[in-house]
Design a protein around this ligand. Structure first.
Ligand SMILES: Cc1cc2nc3c(=O)[nH]c(=O)nc-3n(C[C@H](O)[C@H](O)[C@H](O)COP(=O)(O)OP(=O)(O)OC[C@H]3O[C@@H](n4cnc5c(N)ncnc54)[C@H](O)[C@@H]3O)c2cc1C
Length: 457
């Protein structure tokens, strides 16, 4: 049982001045994340920690007083994982922003509050690259990326966040700080506890430092853009491309998304196309031209209307920027229920066809974007919250799409996390034994269930 009766002023006295915030105007900004869950609440207080010691102090107090704690990075969660809880505190790591790069070990040690883009920039200053690139890379934190095991556009070739996390400092529910892993490329001492915390969505501990693997910079990339008369044809092209090679990016947008992006950016996208693929090759030297040629052929064989390719990085970047703009552009059409379903690649055509059927059945608009090369799609269900019937149909479609992904041997979330919004579907995907194991781990690490209660479990 958690109690909300604890007085945050007793915590304020244990923290440096200004770290605990109770100003209602500021608290209001910590109610929602980018999923805009209507059930999220204005928290009791926000702790804007400046050090691991602040995090420890806050968690010791919360543990003792059984106060719920929502760890928060930049609040860009699309699964309702960082929204506020009534009677709880938000523990924000946004001010923990130190970074050191060690070119000798090719590692970065970063505070969790640093934005993904800032980590990339710091690595680039040393001629190195941090690959994971969620579309939100300019607005999401590296701590949030580790806590959600974020993916992104280049992950189809370069892997997801967990592939780059070598070590963590984590503060446990009772305030104990532990160091896991470190700047070592190989280290199998003990259980894989570092990986346990990556993707744990703030339910097992608060990440206060991340040690990241860096690699040499990405070679210049060539880009291919193809438009199609049907989403099924585009999905078929994806299967053909990935069966032959490993693209550095393979992204998909459907007609609704293309038009929303064109409305926002005016870059002359083909408004009549039913689907568009954007693919990249960063293979060295002439191999890039060969890979682009293979991708062009696969698209043409699948019935592409138009295919365009360029070795000019700026031109290629403009199309990537268009894809990154997709969610904000579709957000302009109405309120969104954001899906993140993924399937084994051969099932991708069945998934996109099934999503279209669900949209028709429920008479709702579903825009589809996808990190298609790794089978991870984002059907975005657009609805008007003022229309009660439409809202109801949108929620039915939301569940049906996750059921469909599970039936196709897929997942309810490929990268955004379960959060609060997808929690009801987790047992159907993983089954009772895995749910019981998950609860055992949660109870062992957070016996008073103060860490992000209601998320995931
Ligand atoms: C336009 C847009 C595009 C996006 N594109 C992508 C994409 O391509 N790929 C992708 O993976 N995601 C994407 N996202 C989702 C989101 O940006 C990621 O989930 C990101 O990793 C969240 O980072 P954050 O700092 O905003 O975390 P928050 O939203 O603050 O938190 C996310 C979760 O992590 C937990 N958490 C945060 N910080 C910590 C910490 N220090 N310790 C413990 N737990 C913590 C929170 O409790 C919560 O459960 C997108 C979001 C938007 C708005």
């Amino acid at each position: 049982m958690t109690s909300s009766s604890a007085d945050p002023s007793t915590l304020a006295r244990q923290l440096p001045a200004g770290v605990l915030v109770t100003d209602p105007d500021i608290l209001a900004g910590y109610r929602h994340d980018r999923a805009f869950d209507p059930d999220a609440a204005v928290p009791l207080a926000v702790v804007r920690a400046t050090s691991t010691a602040d995090v420890q102090t806050a968690l010791r107090w919360a543990h003792e007083n059984r106060v719920p704690v929502v760890p928060r990075g930049a609040g860009t969660s699309l699964s309702g994982g960082s929204g506020g809880l009534a009677g709880g505190i938000v523990l924000s790591t946004e001010k923990m922003r130190d970074i050191t790069i060690d070119p000798a070990t090719r590692t970065a040690v970063a505070g969790p509050g640093l934005l993904n883009a800032e980590v990339k920039a710091a690595a680039a200053d040393h001629g190195l690259w941090y690959p994971p690139d969620p579309s939100s890379f300019e607005i999401c934190s590296i701590g949030g990326n580790a806590a959600t095991n974020a993916g992104g556009l280049c992950c189809v070739k370069y892997g997801v966040t967990s592939d780059y996390v070598l070590g963590l400092e984590v503060v446990l529910a009772d305030g104990t700080a532990v160091r896991l892993g470190g700047p070592r490329l190989k280290d199998v001492a003990g259980l894989s506890l570092t990986k346990l915390f990556v993707g744990s969505e703030g339910t097992l501990g608060v990440i206060t430092e991340v040690t990241l693997r860096l690699i040499p910079p990405q070679p210049p990339a060539s880009t291919m853009v193809a438009t199609f008369g049907s989403v099924e044809a585009a999905a078929a092209a994806v299967i053909a491309i990935t069966a032959t090679l490993r693209p550095a990016m393979l992204e998909f947008m459907d007609r609704t998304t293309i038009n929303a992006v064109e409305d926002a950016l005016r870059m002359d996208l083909d408004r009549g196309a039913e689907a568009m693929l954007i693919a990249r090759s960063d293979a060295p030297g002439p191999a890039a031209a060969h890979e682009i040629e293979v991708m062009v052929r696969a698209c043409r064989d699948a019935g592409a209307h138009d295919v365009f390719d360029t070795a000019d990085p700026d031109e290629g970047e403009a199309f990537t920027a268009a894809r990154r703009m997709a969610i904000p552009a579709v957000e302009r059409l109405g309120s969104l229920l954001l899906e993140d379903v993924g399937v084994p690649l051969p099932m991708l055509p069945a998934l996109v066809a099934g999503v279209a059927e669900i949209a028709d059945l429920n008479a709702v608009t579903v825009a589809v974007i996808a990190h298609a090369g790794d089978g991870n799609t984002h059907p975005l269900i657009v609805y008007d919250p003022a229309d009660e019937k439409m809202t109801e149909r949108a929620h039915v479609a939301f569940g049906q799409i996750m059921d469909l992904a599970i039936d196709l041997g897929g997942t309810i979330t490929g990268e955004h996390g379960v959060g609060r919004l997808k929690k009801p579907w987790l047992p159907a995907q993983v089954g009772p034994d895995v749910m019981a194991l998950t609860r055992l781990i949660k109870n062992a690490l957070d016996p008073r269930s103060i860490l992000n209660p209601g998320a995931v479990l």
